[in-house]
Ligand binder design. Structure first.
Ligand code: PGA
Length: 251
């Protein structure tokens, strides 16, 4: 059985002081809740404050990106060791906003994924089609290309730390969610790709989150689908009560 995993992608929101406050609120809202893995991914400058605020909590710290090189002349980037030192265990890779606004490609996604996993971080790798691609009936082609490229060259033990997130671009931050059936259809397709790439055993173990306007009102139905193993939450992760409600919906 795959355990559910709910992650908050805070994007470019929350200063260090605001982070400490929000984590305090999330901790109280989720007090006594177990059985669903919870991750928060604040911006880099808030990681230290987040690590401090998470002391003694089972909520895990994540970051929003990582570079594939260990050190060097890569202005604006951050390394695996820097993240690990800050207490980070999870990292998002290939979010559609990185692909769309910052030139992230299937190839750079793969390099980041491999560096993260080799460096013993857990990776949450995002894939998803645009509205144009869905309307042109190319969703499966796009997902297949993105998934195969992202996981290219992974060694069997790396898969233990691999999470995928299906995030239709047209559902991100738009309030428009994929229906449970639409999401389940793509999740099952992703799992079939994983079977082909890594074998049945690994494919059955890897968790696939849904992301794109997941909120307390739609979380339970999405999370009840057989191949939806959690959520990657943007907007609704910035309020302790909605993040907690989504996490509880995954129980
Ligand atoms: P949203 O963002 O929940 O605000 O749609 C999800 C994401 O971008 O990961």
């Amino acid at each position: 059985m795959r355990s559910k995993i709910i992650a908050g992608n805070w994007k470019m929101n929350k200063t260090a002081a605001e982070t400490a406050r929000l984590i305090g609120e999330i901790r109280s809202a989720l007090e006594g809740v177990s059985g669903v893995e919870r991750v928060v991914c604040p911006p880099y400058t808030s990681l230290a404050a987040a690590a401090e605020a998470l002391k003694g909590s089972s909520i895990v710290l994540g970051a929003q990106n990582v570079h594939w090189e260990a050190t060097g002349a890569f202005t604006g980037e951050i390394s695996v060791d820097m993240l690990r030192e800050a207490g980070v265990r999870f990292v998002l890779v290939g979010h559609s906003e990185r692909r769309r606004y910052f030139g992230e490609t299937d190839e750079t996604v793969n390099r980041r994924v491999r560096a993260a996993l080799t460096g013993k971080l857990h990776a949450i790798v995002c894939v998803g089609e645009t509205l144009k691609e869905r309307e042109a009936d190319t969703t499966r082609d796009v997902i297949e290309r993105q998934v195969r490229a992202a996981v290219d060259g992974l060694a069997a033990p790396d898969w233990e730390r691999m999470v995928l997130a299906y995030e239709p671009v047209w559902a991100i931050g738009t309030g428009r969610t994929a229906t449970a059936a639409q999401a389940q259809d793509v999740h099952a397709f992703i799992r079939s790709l994983l079977k082909d790439v890594a074998g049945v055993e690994i494919a059955e173990r890897v968790r696939i989150q849904y992301g794109g306007s997941m909120k307390p009102e739609n979380a339970a139905e999405l999370l009840a689908q057989p191949d939806i193993d959690g959520g990657l939450i943007g907007g609704a992760a910035l309020q302790a009560d909605s993040f907690a409600a989504i996490a509880k919906a995954g129980l």
